[in-house]
Design a protein. Structure first.
Length: 248
């Protein structure tokens, strides 16, 4: 197993947790990776941090955008430049367990799965972990994913040889969800039942504004998936109810 994995990381003013993110990649037991980081016009020390790491390890690559474009465009820019047989995603405030790549690749190769994800834990801005990790469903179909997004972006990996390079739509939010739906039309996603990543819960992050995300989810249903108004309404209401149920 010596296939190259391209790790895709969008960065915008990520200096606070960027080092921890990059260290978690450097600490992977599987060494055949490239870390492609796209800086989206950061005004803090993010580019200096990435450059310092890149100077010490040639597997790390920095790409700088000239215009602030959002996480979707940043990820697509990295995917376009990626050289790996696999694409994996890791945001700049998240991190991986050391065996994440090794275990997930083994899971994919032994079973012939082209699209996988794992369980992950959650931690706050101080690094304190939440009591309950986010479990991974054993298998996710396109139909199931229309009701809710069960795939944590920081855990997803897909096989470029099976799918070709696949990109996210040019929308500011929910672009990862739209990509999963696209991939699920070609293959189910398979979950590795082990916590192998840590998701950072940020108090003022883009994803913390749940109400604002609903408009983008509607856009995914109507514009990206081409669902009818009644279908979109059905899945939207179902998604809200499922989310409410998870809180109880």
């Amino acid at each position: 197993m010596k296939d190259l994995v391209s790790i895709i990381t969008p960065v915008h003013n990520g200096e606070l947790f960027l080092g921890e993110c990059m260290d978690s990649v450097l600490n992977q037991t599987y060494p055949y990776w490239e870390h492609v980081l796209v800086d989206d016009c950061s005004t803090d020390s993010s580019t200096a941090i990435i450059s310092a790491y890149a100077a010490k390890d040639e597997r790390i690559r920095l790409i700088s955008l000239e215009v602030n474009s959002g996480a979707g465009i940043s990820r697509n820019t990295a995917i376009e430049q990626a050289r790996g047989a696999y694409i994996a995603f890791l945001d700049s405030d998240d991190s991986w367990y050391p065996t994440k790549l090794q275990e997930q690749l083994t899971f994919m190769e032994i079973n012939g799965y082209p699209f996988t994800f794992t369980a992950y834990d959650k931690k706050d801005e101080r690094g304190a972990r939440f009591a309950k990790p986010a479990k991974a469903m054993r298998q996710v179909t396109y139909k199931q994913a229309l009701f809710q997004n069960p795939l944590g972006c920081l855990t997803v990996m897909y096989d470029v040889r099976f799918f070709g390079k696949q990109y996210m739509p040019a929308i500011r939010k929910r672009q990862d969800y739209a990509l999963w739906l696209k991939l699920l039309k070609k293959s189910d996603a398979y979950g590795l039942q082990k916590v192998l990543a840590s998701y950072r819960v940020r108090e003022h992050s883009v994803s913390s504004n749940k109400l604002g995300l609903l408009g983008y989810q509607w856009k995914v249903y109507r514009e990206e998936e081409g669902l009818s108004f009644p279908e979109s309404l059905f899945y939207m209401v179902s998604a809200v109810l499922l989310k409410m149920k998870s809180y109880f």
